[in-house]
Ligand binder design. Sequence first.
Ligand code: AMP
Ligand code: MG
Length: 399
Amino acid sequence: MLSVEEALAQILSRVRPLATERVDLLAGLGRVLAEPVRSTRIIPPWPNSSMDGYAVRAADTRPGGALTVIGRVVAGALPERPIGAGEAMRIFTGAPLPDGADAVVPQEDVDASEPKVTLRGVTERGAYVRPAGEDVRVGDLVLEAGTVLGSAEIGLLATLGHNQIEVSRRPRVAVLSTGSELADLGTEPGPAQIPNSNTYSLMAQVMEAGGVAINLGVAPDRLEVIEERIRRGRDADVLVSSAGVSVGDLDLVREALVAAGAELHLWKVNMRPGKPITFGSLGPRPVFGLPGNPVSAMVTFELFVRPALLAMQRRRRLERPRIHAIAAAPITNRGSRRGYLRVSLEQRDGRWEARLTGDQGSGILRSMVQADGLAVLAGDTAVAKGEAVEVIVMRELSR
Ligand code: AMP
Ligand code: MG
């Protein structure tokens, strides 16, 4: 059976980056930059003061020395003249340093009775001066392609005058749920029915991964209906289905994918939950047949579909952060498959503690609700209380 790493490598080897599009700067928040950005500006453009005080020549400064104040310069104005020996200029934060000056003495460090200021000490060259280009110089590579744009990146792009930026298009992901037992949202489940949750958890995961989710609804366990729904998802960039991928008589998704023209590349991965995941190509489109149990569907999405969607958006880093946490109570993985166990994470005494969120049954969605991450355990292993365990962090820990 394939390992998780082998399966992911196969998947990533078959996904291609999508086209790019230009968007307004703020619409780029959370999107992936599609081109490297080099600076065409020097920031700050000229040396300027970081304090309110007096622009001086450092060589003129000594305790008790007096300088003649020859003018003032405020932010948004240019100095009217250079300063010479024995002279100073009143200056405010962000104002350009006058020629001749090479330091600023903060106003709290002088005794001022203008037009004279008396210094209390020696000021070093460069003191309280922000040199031209200390932030960015012309030609600097400031952002690499593949960077996710956060607030700092948006600010830097604004500094460089980018009204619009080139980002990768969002993948359109069609989501199909299969199973004759499913009652969709809006209908009360009948006597032998269960509510459809996968469509919604998976669509939400698509959106969290930067994609646009398209709902293909629920198909009963009938080959021709599933096949027809798969064909309906043809406009999408990716198709994700859930359920019907095991070995039962009514597990028809693989057959339906093939009937719709897909080529299947892999089936069954050495993991729990989620072993029977299927991956294939329908023309240029990656298709994922995820298992039906609500937790299996979410975990296989997390491990396989999410990285594929990020790669299609050109993200450089595809992996979630992994940490070593301390088991707050024993964590056991029964069975030979590698386990991905739902844990909550809590910081105690400067360390992260991991604790199972409850019963690990693959149908227990509530234990996913409380999960901050997935503890990764080899088959048939147990981590004792106080021992370290590797955890894939799935969400922000400051909730
Ligand atoms: P299957 O992979 O078709 O054998 O389904 C495994 C389990 O997941 C069964 O108990 C199904 O009823 C359940 N299941 C399948 N699809 C969904 C869904 N969309 N929402 C909630 N549970 C589902
Ligand atoms: Mg089924």
